[in-house]
Design a protein around this ligand. Structure first.
Ligand code: TXA
Ligand code: MG
Length: 316
């Protein structure tokens, strides 16, 4: 069973070809040296992830991006505006990136994460780190080091503990390899913000998109059945009608009408809801067989949270 490690130990493990749980501002990643095919293979194996689902490569700065990808001006503008941060760009890859990282695609997904410990690992080691979210394939993404240990502790070299993730949703993915940029995954960076730099951005997150094979419709399984509702009343009625069922609401309601009632954000803020989402689903998934969740308004991060909820609801 692996344990927590410090920055130097994490770097040593990565340099010797092992996989390590690493903190980012979005979710914890399961990292390996992106240029070492044997190490990357261990990432797929530990997660039980199909090798047709490509990985994101994490780099320290724009030079890192240029060393593995063809950086075009629009993508550079976006990275200059929002990196380090919860944004991933898909670009044409350079030959040094192994096919296993990109699942044979001529493109690579790259991101500069905003977590100070992760940035230190990248800078101090000089490595490019391929890292998917550190959960077994199809399950809820981890937002603490303890989540990583609980699900993957037997299969990895260690976990660098960087505390709870501040964003809580995976990065927003923008593809620059088509005729014009498009969003492949809604995530921790609000699309409205990106549009300030790039103009109107189409969102194309369907599971049928060959370019984003990881956008599978069933994902984020927390171990309970998730049922989505469009109002608090409907969710409460459905929960009360069945036995020992939780209700998960966006904000607080004045009167606690039901004893198994939980809230994503006491201040009714999207960023707080995003921060709490995966940890709360995980916790409720261990306590209840069924969770009735109220959809958030389709605006800002509410869209990305709804996207995760729809996928979680499709898992069973
Ligand atoms: O916030 C994040 O992005 C986290 C942290 C750890 O950085 N990582 C993450 O990785 O969410 P993962 O593997 O769970 O999701 C990566 C997504 C998948 O949907 C995958 O299909 C897509 O990125 N992807 C990777 N390479 C791609 C490429 N070349 N073209 C299109 N999509 C790609
Ligand atoms: Mg994932």
């Amino acid at each position: 069973m692996a344990g927590l490690c410090n920055i130097d130990e994490a770097i040593h493990l990565l340099q010797s070809g092992q996989v390590v749980g690493l903190p980012t501002e979005t979710v914890y990643g399961l990292g390996a040296n992106a240029l070492d095919t044997t190490a990357v293979a261990k990432v797929y194996e530990a997660k039980n992830r199909p090798s047709f689902d490509p990985l994101i490569v994490h780099v320290a700065d724009l030079d890192g991006v240029r060393n593995i990808a063809e950086l075009i001006p629009d993508a550079e503008s976006l990275l200059l505006a929002f990196s380090p941060g919860p944004i991933t760009v898909v670009l044409n890859k350079k030959p040094n990136v192994p096919d296993l990282v990109t699942s044979g695609h001529p493109t690579v997904a790259v991101r500069i994460p905003a977590h100070p410990m992760m940035l230190q690992v990248l800078k101090q080691s000089g490595l490019y780190i391929a890292a998917p979210s550190a959960n077994p394939f199809g399950f809820t993404s981890p937002t603490t080091a303890q989540h990583v240990l609980a699900q993957l502790g037997e299969r990895i070299g260690g976990v660098l503990d960087g505390g709870p993730c501040k964003v809580g949703l995976e990065s927003t993915i923008v593809d620059f390899t088509g005729e014009s940029p498009k969003v492949l995954r809604l995530g921790g960076m609000d699309v409205d913000q990106l549009e300030l730099v790039l103009g109107k951005l189409p969102v194309q997150t369907s599971s049928s998109t060959p370019h984003a094979p990881g956008m599978l419709s069933a994902h984020y399984n927390p171990g309970a059945k998730i049922v989505l509702h469009d109002s608090t009343d409907k969710a409460l009625n459905a929960a009360k009608a069945s036995n020992h069922t939780a209700v998960l609401l966006f904000g607080p309601v004045d009167d606690a009408r039901y004893e198994h009632q939980y809230t994503l954000s006491t201040g009714k803020s999207y960023s707080e809801a995003a921060q709490n989402l995966f940890a709360l689903l995980r916790e409720l998934g261990t306590k209840y067989p069924e969770i009735h969740v109220v959809r958030l308004p389709e605006e800002g991060l509410g869209r990305a949270i709804n996207d995760r909820l729809v996928r979680a609801a499709a898992t069973r």
